[in-house]
Design a protein around this ligand. Sequence first.
Ligand code: SF4
Length: 709
Amino acid sequence: MIFIKYIDKFDFEYDIQGIVRSFYPGEEMCTDKSERLNDARLILECDFNSESLEIKLLEKLNDTQFKPVTIEKFKAATDLNGKYDRKETKNILKRKLYDILHNYSGKELLWGTLSGIRPTKITSELLENGMSDEEAVHFMKENYYLSDIKAKESVKISRNELNILDEIDYKNGYSLYVGIPFCPSTCLYCSFTSNPLSRFRNKIDSYLDAVCKEIEFCKNAFAHKKISTIYVGGGTPTTLEPYQLEKLLGKIEECFDVRKLYEFTVEAGRPDSITREKLAVIKKHGVTRISINPQTMKDETLKIIGRHHTVEQFINAYKMAREEGFDNINMDFILGLPDENADDIRYNMKMVEELKPDSLTIHSLALKRAARLNFFKDKYKDYAFENSEEIMEITKETAKRLDLEPYYLYRQKNMTGNLENVGYARKSREGIYNILIMEEKQTILAVGAGASTKMVFPDGKRIERIENVKDVDLYIEKIDEMIERKNRFIQENECFKNASVEEDDDINKEDDNDIQNAADEIIDFNINSIPEALMHGICVSNLAYDIGKELGLDDKYCNMLAMAGMVHDIGKVKVYAYLYGGDDTLNVEKLKYIRMHSKLGYDILSEKGFSNDVLDAVLYHHENYDGSGYPENLAGENIPLSARILRVSDVFAALISNRTYRKAFDFNTAIELMIDEVKNFDMKIFLAFMRVIHNVDINKITRKEDREE
Ligand code: SF4
């Protein structure tokens, strides 16, 4: 185990852990349980004050002692005005840490100090700023320690991307993503919004009604902008029956002039969902590009990874699509699947060369937190998950022989071999949407459950997300709220605004609905509802205490968690006063107050002299681990531990309680909903919560009325 000890408050925790994880993949890392210090074989101590940084690496000497291996001290970077330069300080820190771990382990990382998912965003910027390819390669090697091969690859891909983008007018446009979150079965590695078709079949028609409503909104809201591409993904859009595809694609065709799009993609994805009739509907509605994904050409592996189709089914579906006239077909493959080695990949690529797709996307298997592969690690521990640069090379050679050029690249956390995903395509068959979304060049309006809209501001630097709920039932039920989230954002940001939508009466009506829903959320604090609010506090308090115990935290800390759980929503009392206190604030403005309750709670409690730990827990209990929460969009371990524990406890307590707009979910459904949203939680806390919840006495944490309804 490697223990990372942050002295005082430390910035850059994410970056440090990313590099340590790349040097020691699969090794346990611990950051906040000091009682486990002696279990570590290495300790990394990081100390930072506003002027200097210190990194110390210590190696285990015996059961209780460690000896220093390296100590590095260096100054924080400043800009030309002598002000602290955070970005440059981070780069220096990462290089120093890389040197320390490289010298200690003897390892080299192909991607150097880069741990982000978009390395080509950096190289594209260098090229756009006028650097030659050689200069950009040199820069990447010097500044980020990239290996020669990865520096050249990323520069080459950026150059190809820029050439492709040069030929299209995307700057004032936008793209549309439509999510169909149903699949025939769930793949072992899946972390997308995907629901098994068998359980959701009878909800799809209502789901499509909601999606069509959201598409209609997008058309009107962005009527003043040109739409560049449309991507129908998921899930597996071809799980829809032909009449449902007809309805969806017909709606898209009714709303947009699809013949003028640069690209219209439907991800056919799973071969077992494709029929000739569906392909004909897709073709009829002007779709220009489809993707049929084998992932592997080995039937045995397909069974292990939970894809209920065969290689033969894939080949038949592919040939059928060609017969139906599709001249732009992509194939996805994954490297690093269970027990697949270089020979298997050679065989896969031989088949690819025979079938000659127009584009080929090579993924390196990523072990995602929310995937079954992660949840049931033990079950798959005897399989080998092999990937390497040599294996990647086999796929590159195939692409070259087929005349497919690399045109986009991205990385993910926890990829086998710490490698990358690369898209190759024949000239003019590139997936333009893929480039636009990966390089964050354009706003992507996203519709459907779990879809995430990305609003790219005109400066190209500020990017904001608007998330739809993942749960299909909730999405259908709250479609007006999903639309209003987008509308509100657009109305609040002049650069996205379309004046005609502002005057729309229906939209204003939806404002009122939204306010009502939001008011329902806080109605617990109406004087008549004090018992419900109190019970919620007790439930959060009990759970937070138990999770603290499960994590091995000391009694004092657990008691603090119990206290924070009781008072975490105290700020809602003030929000109630703001909303119903007769002030003149605009309705839409009032929504902002609801999000202020954590800050208001913090203020109330700090006046009363509560401890800093309780204050932190209350202030940050709506922060999500992936950075999508509020009030400060903190991410990962930048969120105080107490707040991360409260987050999990609060969500569960809310799900198992009756609300004015829905009944309480049962335990299992609540947990399933939380697994869907697991990106919001710290995984080790979530797992501790799962252990707690399986032993908990239900009577201790729920109200009788909630259980009985
Ligand atoms: S096909 Fe894609 S979305 Fe569906 S389960 Fe497999 S990985 Fe997930």
